[in-house]
Design a protein around this ligand. Sequence first.
Ligand code: FES
Length: 131
Amino acid sequence: MPVYSDKVMDHFMNPRNVGEIEDPDGVGEVGNPVCGDMMTFYIRVKDGYLEDVKFKTFGCGAAIAVSSMVSELAKGKTLEEAMKIDAHTVAEELGGLPKNKFHCSNLGDEALHKAIQDYLGKKKQKEGKND
Ligand code: FES
């Protein structure tokens, strides 16, 4: 059993921002075929800011802690800032992750970035229609 930092344990036991956003502006879903874990991020965007971020994670303890931390880091950030959140930052903020659990932290920023890309894609489509 890997040794987790207190922060990982805290975010695993009391994950922040769990759930779904009704009628979200963007959704990003990722999975790891090796371990079978799945992560979905939902975002609400207002004036270029992430007004709300929620997630649903079916996965290991590290994946849950990572999702929770990513949601906290992303909330209130501009889309540009949120796109810069990466697996290293997340692992660092969590006080480190065991080596064999590092792939779990990749899922978090990937899912968030996918949700932002989904939002941007939809926005572009809408703008195209208005032309
Ligand atoms: Fe796969 Fe953690 S074991 S995400």
